[in-house]
Write a protein that binds this ligand. Structure first.
Ligand SMILES: Nc1nc2c(ncn2[C@@H]2O[C@H](COP(=O)(O)OP(=O)(O)OP(=O)(O)O)[C@@H](O)[C@H]2O)c(=O)[nH]1
Ligand SMILES: [Mg+2]
Length: 336
């Protein structure tokens, strides 16, 4: 078996299969192929899986197969971001990226890199273009997947400051709102979200203004409650993982969490979750009162405060060990 390697000490090619210069092995002058013994090669991996290690990423998005590769080198937390169309999922991620790239993550974290920089940049483009003047009507494009059947993941690594100085690898889903609304409407659409059974945390983005409006709040809260039910019944999400109810567009609701959000929190508790309700302002139409990015880092910190859970018994029937993404590929096959 040959292992791709790089003579540059900071390159993660050997561990993640990803060249930091984003070059293919053929064109990278630092690339070397070294033979490794069968004992060093992971014996439980198929040849095809080893080949996937040698793929080079475009930096746009990752699929669950790429996630397998990253999670081999360090424990990688998968954070599912769900919510209705236009609720603010993509803006939340763009805002986190803009905070990170401007050194505004607060005292606890600093940005330690991303393997999907282009993906983040593409999403943050509208916000970057908006420099002054009136608040733009649209700060992000409706999320469309490169492959409409496969989820896309955005990677970000954070370094914790302080004594522990740990590196935290995070993978966020950025899915179209339709994936959430269709899951609510039809249980049989759950298969494509089966990988979320492995999630280390879930953020359900609740559109602040819609939850505040007397015309829409009832439907919004009913849909959100049904979503939580589906996460438990269809996706078998472990209710002990952190669940954040992220109330978006805080600047448009004067900072007040609408009362109807409590119905969703109540339902979450009934299902065994310990939800945290957190209002966020990814971008601000009223910066003198609400800072852009307000509450965004707190959500990530809340999820990272929880300890990862050991694997659960109901998914231990496969031979692939640990909380591996590979197991969820198999789990997804079972759903279909
Ligand atoms: N005022 C304000 N507007 C926001 C905020 N976050 C998002 N928006 C607005 O909401 C719109 C939709 O946000 P997105 O992040 O694209 O929503 P989404 O949930 O990703 O939507 P889909 O990809 O269609 O599912 C944006 O274009 C912004 O105009 C915020 O914090 N404040
Ligand atoms: Mg989106």
């Amino acid at each position: 078996v040959n292992q791709p390697s790089c003579i540059k000490s900071e390159c993660t090619l050997a561990t993640t299969g990803i060249c930091l210069l984003k070059k293919s092995p053929q064109e990278c002058e630092h690339h070397r192929t070294i033979p490794i013994s069968a004992s060093v090669a992971r014996p439980h991996l198929q040849e095809s899986q080893l080949r996937s290690q040698q793929r080079f990423h475009t930096g746009i998005e990752m699929g669950t197969e790429d996630a397998v590769t990253i999670s081999r080198s360090s424990y990688t937390r998968l954070i599912g971001v769900l919510g209705a169309t236009n609720s603010g999922k993509t803006c939340l991620l763009s805002s986190l990226y803009l905070l990170a790239s401007n050194g505004l993550l607060g005292d606890r974290f600093r940005f330690a890199g991303s393997l999907t920089l282009k993906g983040f940049e593409d999403r943050a483009r509208h916000a970057r273009e908006w420099t002054s003047g009136s608040f733009p009507e649209q700060l992000a494009e409706h999320t469309r997947l490169l492959d409409p059947r496969a989820p896309s993941l955005l990677h970000m690594a954070l370094a914790e400051t302080g004594k522990l100085a740990r590196r935290r690898d995070l993978l966020f889903t950025d899915l179209p709102g339709e994936w959430t609304s269709q899951l609510v409407a039809r249980a049989d659409t759950a298969a494509r979200l089966a990988f979320l059974a492995r999630a280390d945390g879930v953020i359900v983005v609740l559109d602040g203004p819609s939850f505040a409006s007397p015309f829409t709040r009832h439907t919004e809260s009913m849909n959100a409650c049904m979503l939580l039910g589906r996460l438990c019944s269809e996706l078998k999400l472990d209710p002990s993982i952190p669940l954040v109810l992220a109330v978006s567009k805080k600047d448009q609701i004067d900072g007040n969490v609408p009362a109807s959000v409590e119905d969703v929190a109540h339902e979450a508790r009934q299902l065994g979750f310990s939800p945290a309700t957190m209002a966020t302002c990814a971008f601000s139409s009223n910066p003198s009162k609400f800072a852009a990015g307000d509450g965004v880092v707190d959500i990530v910190a809340h999820i990272l405060n929880a300890q990862p859970n050991p694997p659960r018994p109901h998914i231990q029937s496969h031979t692939i060990p640990g909380r591996s993404f590979l197991r969820y590929g198999l789990l997804a096959e079972e759903f279909t």
